[in-house]
Design a binder for this molecule. Sequence first.
Ligand code: HEM
Length: 133
Amino acid sequence: MNNEKYDQVNDETIKLLVDGFYEKVRRHEKLGAIFESMIGTSEEDWRPHLERMYQFWSSIILSTGRYHGNPMQKHMDIPQFEPELFDQWLELFEETAKELHTESIATNYIDKSKRVAESLKLALYYRPERKTP
Ligand code: HEM
């Protein structure tokens, strides 16, 4: 088995990261159920989402501008789920990034994922009229 970790990011490593991450997500009881309800179960159902996620991470990490989408709206369209699931999403993402990449690259991915998660959480759960956040 090849245990070498990648110390750079390119289209191939992005694909490995995204495919590996969503394999974990699909096996996760609660996250898997949400994704299944929104996307489906077959490889064909999943192809467009995976392609979009390659573009998304390429834009975020390599600044390629390949992703054109509205993640806020997409997540607002998902039936409400518990905010704690974000921690589990981030945990699986961190695990995958560390399995694949050397530390500084994994850290870069993890920092960016946390930043996007925070803004998604604000969009999904923050209601200014409520006293306690
Ligand atoms: C518990 C947390 C999360 C859940 C349950 C979740 C769920 C989903 C689902 C079900 C979709 C597919 C929507 C569809 O195609 O109909 C989606 C799309 C997406 N998610 Fe998440 N997500 C979570 C967190 C995140 C985080 C933290 C990021 C970024 C770091 C992210 C980035 C995206 C992007 C870029 C898309 C594609 C939007 C598009 O179609 O353009 N998600 N998410």
